[in-house]
Design a binder for this molecule. Structure first.
Ligand SMILES: [Zn+2]
Ligand SMILES: [Zn+2]
Length: 380
């Protein structure tokens, strides 16, 4: 049996609220000091934690300023500053870093720290380069800054770009992120069907004969073979698919509807010579004839995430990933162009678009290619 312990502390002269202890003296004057719960642990970010150095170096100054704001007497501030120094030392901070921060905060008048701060105006013309913090972050920063002139030398881009971009870093995944799962996997009743992978015919539709019955596909450009790790048949929705004609040209597409519904549209387009469909245009150009020769394989099924999220966006991102990976915009691919827009996220506070470079470069193999994303962003 689990018990929930509720406790009530009360006093006519003292009250604790968050990190604040408010007390009343004999004259009825109020005083403030720092409050820590008896169960409080030293959770200051470790000095050797993998963060940008400026961030860890600024933590002591921020904490000493907080003490100065809260402690209303010099004596109380000094007592708590000594305790704070011990806490920082226990977390691996160098004495000179702590001492410099202590001195800097000591010189600030308390009235100035308590005065409301004026919010700085955000510059809406600023271009942000956001990427994950890593060992290479400084090198990336230098590459972007030293090549910025290339972008500025373009007559169109020059108008849209600032003198230099603001480079900011997202936190890298921690061991906790890697090892701890906040969602337990659903308990599923496994059948022989759940172990099936790859493409399968449903067995009772008009399009089964176009389906390639296999659990892998081969990229004609690189010769690599890719496993299809999910079960896909004519009735599967949210699929990235690969169409192939008899001469080996291919097209990468996606659908959120049933795969057979999208295939029916491609076949209809071939029959009617619809110029909106690249495969239909190719069939007409080389006189492939009947669309019976058209082959389709689903290459990835986007499953509904346990965390929710935008499934359609993930489908669009995976389509772009496969177009890029299989070089589908080059011969023998038939795709028109690579679309980066599914990777853009609108920043509601700053009112600008950011590139969501997940895992830094899942889509882009070299950091220098991030510049092309900036160009894309700015032009579009
Ligand atoms: Zn079928
Ligand atoms: Zn062909």
């Amino acid at each position: 049996m689990t018990f929930l312990l509720l406790s009530l502390d009360f006093s006519p002269s003292e009250i604790n609220f968050l990190d604040l202890k408010i007390s009343k003296d004999g004259n009825g004057d109020l005083h403030t000091s720092i409050f820590r719960k008896p169960t409080d642990r030293n959770t200051i970010l470790r000095a050797d934690s993998f963060h940008p150095p400026w961030l860890t170096n600024n933590i002591p100054f921020g904490q000493f300023q907080r003490l100065k704001r809260i402690c209303d007497s010099e004596e109380d501030y000094e007592k708590n500053a000594l305790d704070m120094t011990q806490r920082f030392k226990a977390r691996g901070y160098q004495y000179k870093t702590i001492f410099r921060a202590y001195n800097k905060a000591k010189c600030l008048p308390r009235e100035q720290l308590l005065a409301p701060k004026q919010k700085e105006q955000q510059n809406s013309d600023q271009v942000y380069f956001v990427t994950q913090y890593s060992d290479h972050s400084n090198a990336i920063k230098q590459i972007v800054k030293s090549n910025w002139d290339i972008l500025k030398s373009d007559s169109v881009l020059r108008e849209a770009l600032p003198d230099s971009p603001t480079i900011s870093f997202r936190r890298a995944p921690t061991l906790k992120d890697k090892l701890v799962k906040s969602h337990l996997p659903p308990v599923s009743q496994k059948t022989w069907l759940s172990t099936l992978k790859g493409n399968h015919r449903c067995g009772h539709c008009n399009h089964c004969s176009n389906m390639i019955n296999a659990n892998y596909f081969t990229d004609v450009t690189s010769g690599h073979t890719f496993d299809i790790n999910t079960f896909i048949n004519c009735n599967t929705s949210y699929v990235v698919y690969r169409l192939e004609c008899p001469c080996g040209r291919f097209y990468i597409g996606r659908t959120k509807r049933k795969l057979k519904a999208r295939l029916a549209e491609h076949k209809h387009a071939i029959r009617t010579g619809n110029p909106q469909y690249p495969m239909a245009v190719h069939y007409k150009d080389v006189s492939h004839g009947s669309c019976d020769s058209l082959k389709i394989s689903g290459i990835e099924h986007i499953e509904d995430s346990i965390r929710g999220g935008d499934r359609l966006k993930r489908l669009l991102q995976r389509e772009s990933f496969w177009i890029y990976t299989l070089k589908a915009t080059y011969y023998p691919g038939l795709n028109g162009e690579l679309d980066f827009s599914p990777f853009l996220v609108f920043h509601p506070l700053l009112c600008h678009w950011q590139v969501m470079l997940f895992r830094s470069c899942d889509l882009l193999p070299a950091h220098t290619e991030q510049l092309s994303v900036i160009i894309y962003l700015t032009v579009n």
